[in-house]
Each structure stands twice: as structure tokens, then as C-alpha cells.
Design a protein around this ligand. Structure first.
Ligand code: HEC
Length: 242
């Protein structure tokens, strides 16, 4: 019994630590790696809005094109601004030193962020930038307080302000956002776009996941066929004995 409790605790620890990384509750990103169109849209947002500051250097454009069902021509023409060879990794021109001068911090490589932070964290983070005069850049983020990243997608989302409420213990608790300047997307469209972006970043964190799943299905089918054949064979062998 004791062992079982310890095993259960060990099992639950990673889940607890993932949730604890954010001061506000996280929204469900609802990722679906089988939705190729969503992954393609996410890829487009990623190269257009993130790949200027962040790299994803563990990933090649070529592999992304293959996995997402895009032609090399398509990717080269419309989605490659930082490299000219389809076999290049998704790296950026900015050096760590430049980044430090611009932002005071280096924008981290995003290849594995959905694995370290979790897709729900990234999804909520991308929707939680708000105007805050007390900060040097004039913005803040409820998921990542005092963040050093500008709101890269303000043109799409617009600007929102955060409303806080005093809780019983006297601390200010985040209540809700209010949109004060509309962007080019409605809030629903923006949420859907962020779901696509996080879906793509989840693929990026584990590009062979789709292959593994497809292989798993094939293995199970193979075992089923083998089972039927073995059963028939057994019947055949025992036929004369009964
Ligand atoms: C203008 C540069 C810039 C752009 C564009 C930008 N970021 Fe950032 N980002 C940063 C910087 C700087 C940080 C580090 C913030 C800090 O540590 O305070 C950061 C941090 C992050 C983090 C937190 C990583 C972690 O684990 O701590 C995520 C996630 C992220 N960015 C996602 C994105 C996505 C997705 C996009 C594209 C929609 C994007 N960023 C576009 C500069 C940028």
C-alpha cells in the first residue's frame, strides 16, 4: 500500500510542477497534431511573428514541409525569410549579444518550449499580454510577470488592460482582461490563431510524435492479424486430435 502511494505521488509530481509555473490558471490549448491545416497555419504565424527573435534550431524547414504536407517550393517562396536552403535549420540572424542589448535578455530557442512549459502555458501566455505603465516597455503578462518580450502579436490581438481584485488576504488577484483597442482579429479569431500556433509549437517539440502514433496503429493491426492467423493455425492443428 505504501509503495502504491509513493508511486502515485511520483506519478503526480510532474503534473503539479507544470501547473505551479503560472500565477494564474491556464486555459486548455486543446492541441491536435492530426489537424494538418491547423499546423500549417501555426507554422505561418511562427515564421512571420516569432522567427525574427526566437530560433527553433533543432528543426529543419525540409522536415517541417514534409511532415506538414507542404511543397518545398511553397515553403521556400512564402515561409523562409531567414534561410535560403530548404535543408537549413530554423535559426535566426540575431546573435545573443545583440538580443541582450535590445531586450536585456536573450529570447530562448523555442524548439522545446511546449515540452518544458506545456502547451497550455504557452497558449495562455500568448493571450495574456496587457498594458502596464509601471513597466519599462509599457506591457506586462499575467502568466509571466515582468516579461522581457514585447507583445509581438498586438496588431492581431489589439491591446488589453488587466483588471485586478483585492482578495481576502489583501493581495491583488487577477480577475479579467478588457480589450481597450481592437486588433485586426476578433478575440475568437485570435484564440483560434493561438491554438494553431501552439499546435505547431507542440509538433516542433516532438516532430516524430505523429510518425510514432501512426506506427503504433500499424503494429496493433499487425498483432491483430497475427492473432487471427495463430488462432486458425491452432484450430487446424487440434482438429484431428479432438
Ligand atoms: C521582438 C522580439 C521577440 C519576438 C518577435 C517574439 N519574442 Fe518571445 N521572447 C522574447 C524575449 C526577449 C523573451 C524573454 C523574456 C524574458 O525572459 O523575460 C521571450 C520569451 C518568450 C517565451 C517564454 C519562454 C520561456 O520558456 O521562458 C515564449 C513562450 C515566447 N517568447 C514565445 C514567442 C512566440 C510564440 C512568438 C511569436 C508569436 C514570440 N515569442 C515572438 C522576444 C521576442
Amino acid at each position: 500500500m505504501k509503495k502504491l502511494i509513493i508511486a502515485l505521488m511520483l506519478f503526480a509530481t510532474p503534473m503539479l510542477s507544470m501547473g505551479a509555473a503560472s500565477p494564474v490558471p491556464l486555459d486548455d490549448a486543446d492541441v491536435d497534431l492530426s489537424d494538418k491545416e491547423s499546423l500549417q497555419r501555426g507554422f505561418k504565424y511562427f515564421v512571420n511573428y516569432c522567427l525574427s527573435c526566437h530560433s527553433a534550431k533543432y528543426q529543419r524547414f525540409e522536415r517541417t514541409a514534409n511532415d506538414l504536407g507542404l511543397t518545398f517550393e511553397d515553403v521556400k517562396q512564402n515561409l523562409m525569410f531567414t534561410a535560403d536552403k530548404i535543408g537549413s535549420t530554423m535559426d535566426i540572424a540575431m546573435t545573443d549579444k545583440d538580443a541582450n542589448i535590445f531586450f536585456g535578455v536573450t529570447p530562448p530557442d523555442l524548439s522545446l518550449t511546449t515540452r518544458s512549459r506545456g502547451p497550455d502555458w504557452v497558449y495562455t501566455y500568448m493571450r495574456s499580454f496587457y498594458l502596464d505603465d509601471s513597466k519599462p516597455m509599457g506591457i506586462n503578462n499575467t502568466v509571466f510577470p515582468d516579461v522581457g518580450m514585447p507583445h509581438a502579436l498586438w496588431e492581431l490581438q489589439g491591446w488589453q488592460e488587466a483588471r485586478f481584485k483585492k482578495s481576502e488576504n489583501g493581495q491583488m488577484k487577477f480577475e479579467k482582461f478588457e480589450l481597450v483597442k481592437a486588433g485586426s482579429m476578433t478575440p475568437e479569431e485570435y484564440d483560434a490563431a493561438m491554438r494553431d500556433l501552439v499546435n505547431f509549437m507542440t509538433y516542433l517539440g516532438d516532430p516524430s510524435q505523429m510518425e510514432r502514433k501512426a506506427l503504433g496503429v500499424k503494429v496493433i493491426l499487425f498483432l491483430l492479424v497475427l492473432f487471427v492467423l495463430s488462432y486458425l493455425l491452432k484450430k487446424e492443428y487440434w482438429k484431428d486430435i479432438h
